[in-house]
Structures are given as structure tokens and as C-alpha cells.
Design a protein around this ligand. Structure first.
Ligand SMILES: [Zn+2]
Length: 377
């Protein structure tokens, strides 16, 4: 495996270290060569874009890499046919699916990344906690990456138990099961755990957390969670456009109904086609970690925009040996800001997500899950 890639993902300084920027560039260049050699489809994409590896002389040249839309990964397979064996898919509930495989070595690097970020953002705790998972219970039948990401975030503290809002019920004779929303069960558990001594960690989509808390507020249920409890949000705010609320509103609801302060609310961002984890800082901003780079491009011309301007989010990372994930175009709209504008002390720039462009027919796993909640209301 590439030594720069290994050192990059094993770094104990995930933000603002100059030597990581050099490692990032070298690893990106090497991975591009890897795909040009092995994937005829990627080679064709490069030829078509008039891209040559010789044009990559410094980190600033990485913007010249062919940008592949996430939709492409959902429809095609430009990867290595006899690829590594561990499969992760996105959007498991209807809609198009990206299938991305990682080697055991790559999964170790992703685990090192999650561990280092957890250490820097102080997510680790040795105290056993109760997990309230506001999402799908992971089962073999549902390979949606979001449930795995949620499951991963329960590694930061030992779990006494895990209660899932969307429970999987197997059908008779073990076939044809499905998900069922168990909101009452979740509420009961939350109330009973809150009188105990162990902290509670609520893990889920921001929209679900909002719905749960709003229901609790309507029914005048409020509980003071034990000290050290946390709320960990991930998976996007975009799915409930009609009910969109500001982050500030959600934080005050969390404080009001659960007694959990803003400093114990954490947000995460990631995508199946870009397996880098972004953890919010104390000011709730997503600073770009060493494993990735982000460019903002003009919606029409795809030209790279300066900081402070809104456009399409282009995510870059050298991890992945099955599909060329080096430069991926999402359908998210975002803005980049200088790290120092945040004030938290992290030097690398931060990304603010504003929403999603209207791509019809793209159903995310969060949107699929949302239907269960709508039916339940
Ligand atoms: Zn910050």
C-alpha cells in the first residue's frame, strides 16, 4: 500500500499540518496513475477531458482532475472488476445505489481516521452509555452506508444497549421482512434511561431528532439526560425541505427537552462516494480534514470559485482502490470559508452545506426512511 496514504490516514494531526498536504498530493497522484493503468473507463474519462498525469505538478493542479458526478457511480461501474471484497453501498432503500468495495487495509485506514478524529474532537469515553439510534437497525439485508456510519459512531463509547427507532422485523419463515417505526418504544427507553446514572448517546439524522423532540415537546415529555450525555447528528438536513429548521432551533430544542447543552451536540458529514468523516468543531463547522480536499465550483461553468462563494461541492480523497473517488462531484450546494473565520482554533478551511440541487429520481436513504416517519404521523 502507498506509504503516503498510510501516513496520511494515520496522522495524529488531522487539521492544518503542512506535511499532510504533501502526502495528500502524492497519494492523489499515485491513485490517479493506479486507475489510469487499471480502469479502461477511467482512462477514457481522462482522455475525453484532455487530462494528463503530467499536468499534476503541485497540489493546486488537483483541480484539473476529471470530476466524476456521484450519479455516475450509481449508474455505472468504472472500477476494477476483480476488486477488493468488502462492499459498502449507499441509499439502500429504493433509488439508485453506489456499490463501493474496500480492501481490509483500506478499512483499517478508515478506522484510523475515525479514531484520530474521535480523539481530536473528544468523542471517546470509557463510561458505558445507552445508545438511542434514530435510524435503521443494521441487518444483512440492508447495506445502506448510513446505518453503518451510525453504527460506527457507537464505537466511541462502550454501549450497554442499542435501541433502534426503525426496527427490522423478519417475515415468516425468515423471508420478506421490513422496517417498523417504534417511536413509543424509543420514548419509553429515553424516559427510563434518563433516571439512571449512565449517559445516553442519541445518534441519528437531524430531521428525526427534530421530529422526536417536537413530539416530546407537544406531549410535554421532557427529561434531563444524565451528565455526559451527547446528541450525535449525521446524514443531512436536506430531506425535510418543508419542515426545514435552523441548527440553532434544533440546539435550543435539544437543550429544552433533553437538557443537553450545545457543546455536547456533535454533527457528522460524509458520503458513500467520499468515505471521509467530517466532524463538527465546537462552533458546529465542518473543517476539512487532512484526508480530503474540497472545491466549490460554479453551477454552470464548473469553474473553481473563491472562498465565500456558493456552488457545487467537489470532494477529493485518495482512498479507494475499486472506484476512482479522487474527485467526486456531489449535488450539494456549499460554501468554503477560511479556517480562521471560525474562531475555534482549527486552521483548515470549513465547509458550509446549503442544500441540494433538484435532481429528480435521486432518493437518498434518509428520504426513504423519512417515509416511515411520515406514515407514523
Ligand atoms: Zn471551527
Amino acid at each position: 500500500m502507498d506509504i503516503d496514504l498510510m501516513r496520511l490516514f494515520a496522522t495524529r494531526r488531522p487539521y492544518g499540518a503542512e506535511r499532510n498536504r504533501i502526502r495528500f498530493f502524492r497519494a492523489m497522484k499515485r491513485k490517479t496513475l493506479y486507475f489510469i493503468k487499471r480502469s479502461p473507463e477511467y482512462r477514457a474519462i481522462c482522455d475525453d477531458a484532455g487530462f494528463s498525469l503530467r499536468s499534476l505538478k503541485s497540489a493546486g493542479d488537483l483541480r484539473k482532475l476529471p470530476v466524476i458526478p456521484t450519479l455516475y457511480f450509481k449508474r455505472n461501474h468504472a472500477g476494477i472488476r476483480r476488486g477488493p471484497a468488502i462492499l459498502v453501498t449507499s441509499s439502500g432503500t429504493g433509488g439508485s445505489v453506489s456499490r463501493i468495495r474496500y480492501t481490509a487495509g483500506e478499512l483499517c485506514l478508515l478506522a484510523a481516521m475515525a479514531a484520530n478524529l474521535g480523539r481530536v474532537h473528544r468523542l471517546f469515553s470509557l463510561r458505558p452509555v445507552h445508545y438511542i439510534m434514530l435510524g435503521y437497525q443494521p441487518v444483512r439485508e440492508n447495506k445502506a452506508v448510513i446505518s453503518k456510519t451510525a453504527y460506527l459512531s457507537t464505537w466511541y463509547a462502550p454501549g450497554l444497549d442499542r435501541a433502534y427507532a426503525l426496527e427490522y422485523r423478519r417475515g415468516r419463515n425468515g423471508s420478506g421482512g421490513g422496517y417498523r417505526l417504534n417511536l413509543e418504544g424509543i420514548l419509553d427507553k429515553l424516559v427510563s434511561f434518563s433516571s439512571g446514572r449512565n449517559p445516553i448517546r442519541i445518534v441519528g439524522f437531524p430531521s428525526y431528532t427534530y421530529f422526536l423532540l417536537r413530539k416530546m415537546k407537544e406531549e410535554r415529555i421532557s427529561c434531563k439526560l444524565p451528565a455526559g450525555s451527547r446528541v450525535m447528528l449525521g446524514g443531512g438536513w436536506k430531506q425535510f425541505a418543508g419542515d426545514e429548521i435552523s441548527k440553532g432551533e434544533l440546539y435550543s430544542l435539544i437543550r429544552e427537552v433533553l437538557g443537553v447543552g450545545e457543546d455536547h451536540v456533535h454533527e457528522f458529514f460524509g458520503a458513500a462516494e467520499h468515505p471521509v468523516l467530517y466532524c463538527s468543531c465546537r462552533n458546529h463547522h465542518f473543517h476539512i480534514p487532512a484526508y480530503a480536499d474540497v472545491l466549490i465550483r460554479d453551477v454552470k461553468t464548473l469553474k473553481v470559485l473563491p472562498k465565500g462563494r456558493a456552488g457545487l461541492v467537489n470532494l477529493m480523497t485518495p482512498i479507494g482502490s475499486d472506484l476512482p473517488l479522487m474527485s467526486v462531484m456531489t449535488d450539494d450546494i456549499g460554501v468554503l470559508y477560511e479556517g480562521k473565520d471560525c474562531g475555534c482554533g482549527i486552521e483548515s478551511p470549513y465547509l458550509k452545506l446549503l442544500g441540494r440541487t433538484g435532481v429528480k429520481g435521486v432518493k437518498t436513504c434518509a428520504a426513504g426512511a423519512a417515509e416511515y416517519w411520515r406514515q407514523a404521523e
